[in-house]
Design a protein around this ligand. Sequence first.
Ligand SMILES: [Zn+2]
Length: 271
Amino acid sequence: MFTRYEGKAWDQHFLPRLTYQEVKALNKEDALVVLPIGAVEQHGAHLPVATDMLIGEASITKAFEALAPGSNIWLIPPLSYGKSNEHIDFPGTLTLTAKTLQAVLEDIGDSLARSGFKKLALYNSHGGNVDLLNVMAREIHVKTGMTVFVTSSGTGNVKDVFTEEELKWGIHGGDVETSMVMAMKPEWVHMDKAVCEFPPIRDTKHIGLIGAKARLAWKVNELSYGGTAGDATKATSEKGDTVYLRSAEEMAEALEEMAAFELDNLLKTTT
Ligand SMILES: [Zn+2]
């Protein structure tokens, strides 16, 4: 379980709990600011539309709990809304347009740079945000000079927990996400409505959804009857706990590496 505003992530690393003078006094040289970006969108008949924002907040909370004591890594208020126009045919999907999300990220980047911060991680928990976040990371870097990373909540290594098919194609509301919501908010999951449905596009040679030679632009109702991709019927809260545990360890390590990374020194080390 996790509770927003409680525990190490929120008590010790939540930037807005500081006063402006405390923010001013922070050592900005290696301070890393983490902006979680989620989504509010349909996740099938069995999961709440808050699934991606919830998973993002829970994962980053656990990752901060796994940080070394005194880490100069700061969480800023999660952006619950993302770009979800692949789900707009379903009620409850609350999406920003690409332009709006772009503008919001640019404004937050400008504000952080103005406050003196030099490093930013965009922490994503929704697949539909990925392309835009990659674009915006470079835009913010070029405009402000900040070092910007794009990272995601991910799963850690869970090949022993989920099937190969699930890890490849269970991209939305399947075993992984359902288990993760169950571990945090079991009463928000309706397992009596859980189904197994994989995208019907798996047999094409070049056309695919992720990482394919010919990447298809799709809306979810063109790939799925119920709005999901994956086998939600196999979900358990124990699997969800394992995902949080393993992804938190990996993410904490990655955050420390991002905080210590010196882009300006990269070329100097290869002379
Ligand atoms: Zn999701």
